[in-house]
Design a protein around this ligand. Structure first.
Ligand SMILES: Cc1cc2nc3c(=O)[nH]c(=O)nc-3n(C[C@H](O)[C@H](O)[C@H](O)COP(=O)(O)OP(=O)(O)OC[C@H]3O[C@@H](n4cnc5c(N)ncnc54)[C@H](O)[C@@H]3O)c2cc1C
Length: 463
């Protein structure tokens, strides 16, 4: 037995003292759901999964890991799509998953400031439920709302369907509390929108993917809740028409809340796996789902904006009632799990300048066909962010050719290799190509200063 191995009982003992003995899971069966990611592409083994319920307990867990030289893998709902939330398959040190899901309290909403403070393990769905009836809503929404946590969404700077309107997670952050690599706690949650007292740590932690600190609490900005909504599903000739139509609707209806794109092959897959009826009698090349909110029912306004688009529209269906809207939304939101049901996908989440989205969508299918002729490609995404999710089925999980072709094309077209999912372990090889050596050196310097022993999520972002 090596010296490091003899230390394991001591480490587990300290973790049990910190979080409480039942909250340190060492049994393989109990660890399993924390060790494989949502896509099933990424998997690794932890010596334990620890589930602290308070900030002080997180601090004690991190301090214990640091002293034992163990890696800390922060985890929220484990819905991340780039492999950063589960242990690494090959690791130089022991790995401890720190699950924040027991940190679930929501403080009373501040109705004057339009802000709320929540613990990191609160799911987006739980926050949305808490806000109901308050006159406020949260400015970020995404399909994984029932599992994704606020801490995970901060760590990935999640975008979602409303980013073009309210900004990504970073734009909702007023303050954070977080545990640093040495176990100390930074805490600034006073609810001060204006606070120019040096470096803005919430911005630094947004998108840091668990490599700089474990987020334990956040002060969030809220947006006014407009109670009525209408959704249109519009059949169009292709992605260029979807972009033009979304732009037209946005200019006419400032309360546009979502503009989502998908294609006929994706719709067919969703209907196969999730059931439901075809929205139109005929198949069409592409579809734009647009949602508008208002104080009064906005269905007529939305219908007018779509009618005004004339020949851009091949067909359209509208819904102003809850059931009808949900029926149309599920055609878009069930894409991710329908693709997953077919196999382990290569998930590439790129963005290009909006005006190039159509050209990218055409070019990427061609590029993938050249690299992997038997692959099946499904595209969907958030039109007004220029953000397309490229899902490729067929090539084995460890085959990098398709990833290289897609990400290389995104960079060539002035885009980014990650619009909203992050770099994780899936795209570490692309950080420098995308951001440049100077940016990466600056990021590395920050990482080394805050986490000199490299215990926080090693392998993520920098490889
Ligand atoms: C069906 C589906 C739809 C999705 N749609 C979208 C979408 O529209 N937009 C979008 O942006 N994403 C989307 N995602 C991806 C995912 O939901 C987001 O990345 C989400 O922010 C992850 O939250 P989580 O709590 O599950 O984090 P996890 O998956 O647990 O972790 C993600 C990363 O954050 C780190 N982390 C987690 N918690 C903390 C913490 N408290 N402190 C520090 N680091 C932490 C982890 O180490 C990891 O690197 C989708 C995923 C699914 C499955």
């Amino acid at each position: 037995m090596s010296a490091a191995e003899t230390d394991l009982p001591a480490l587990l003992g300290r973790l049990r003292t910190a979080a409480g003995p039942p909250q340190v899971l060492t049994d393989a069966d109990l660890r399993a759901s924390h060790e494989t990611d949502w896509t099933r592409r990424w998997h690794g083994e932890a010596v334990a999964v620890v589930r602290p319920a308070a900030t002080e307990a997180v601090a004690a867990v991190v301090a214990a890991c640091r002293e034992a030289g163990a890696a800390v893998i922060p985890q929220g709902g484990n819905t991340g799509l780039v492999g950063g939330s589960v242990p690494r398959a090959v690791a130089a040190r022991r790995q401890v998953v720190v699950s924040l899901t027991r940190m679930g309290d929501v403080e009373p909403i501040d109705p004057v400031a339009g802000e709320v403070t929540v613990a990191a393990g609160v799911t987006l769905g739980a926050l949305q439920a808490q806000l109901r009836g308050s006159g406020y809503a949260f400015g970020v929404d995404l399909g994984a709302r029932d599992s994704a946590t606020i801490g995970g969404m901060i760590a990935t700077n999640a975008g979602g369907t409303q980013a073009f309107r309210h900004g990504p997670m970073r734009a909702q952050l007023i303050g954070v509390e977080a545990v640093l690599a040495d176990g100390s706690v930074v805490r600034r949650l006073p609810g001060l929108l204006k606070d120019n007292t040096g470096y803005h740590l919430p911005s630094l932690l947004a998108g840091s993917e668990g490599t700089l600190a474990v987020v334990t609490r956040a002060r969030l900005r809220l947006v006014p809740h407009l109670p009525r909504r209408a959704v249109a599903l519009v059949a169009v000739d292709g992605p260029d028409e979807a972009v033009e139509l979304a732009g037209n609707v946005r200019r006419q209806l400032p309360n546009l809340l979502a503009a989502e794109l998908f294609f006929e092959d994706g719709l067919t897959l969703v209907l196969h796996h999730a059931g439901g009826q075809r929205p139109f009698a005929d198949a069409h090349p592409a579809y734009l789902l647009a949602e508008v909110e208002g104080r009064e029912d906005p269905t007529a306004e939305l219908a007018g904006a779509i009618e005004a688009a004339g020949p851009l529209v091949r067909d359209a269906v509208l819904a102003g009632d809850d059931a009808g809207r949900a029926r149309l939304w599920r055609l878009r939101e069930r894409h991710t799990e329908s693709v997953n049901a077919e196999g382990i996908p290569h998930k590439l989440d790129v963005a290009v300048p909006v005006r190039r989205l159509g050209a990218f969508a055409r070019a990427v299918r061609q590029t993938i066909a050249e690299v992997a002729p038997a692959a099946r490609t499904f595209l969907y995404g958030h039109v007004l962010d220029g953000n397309l999710h490229v899902n490729v089925l067929g090539p084995p999980p460890d085959d990098d050719d398709v990833d290289a072709a897609v990400l290389g094309l995104a960079i060539e077209m002035g885009g980014t290799v990650s619009a909203e999912h992050g770099i994780g372990v899936a795209k570490v090889g692309w950080l420098k190509a995308n951001r440049g050596a100077a940016d990466v050196a600056a990021m590395r310097a920050i990482k080394d200063a805050l986490d000199p022993d490299g215990i926080l999520n090693p392998g993520v972002l920098f490889g």
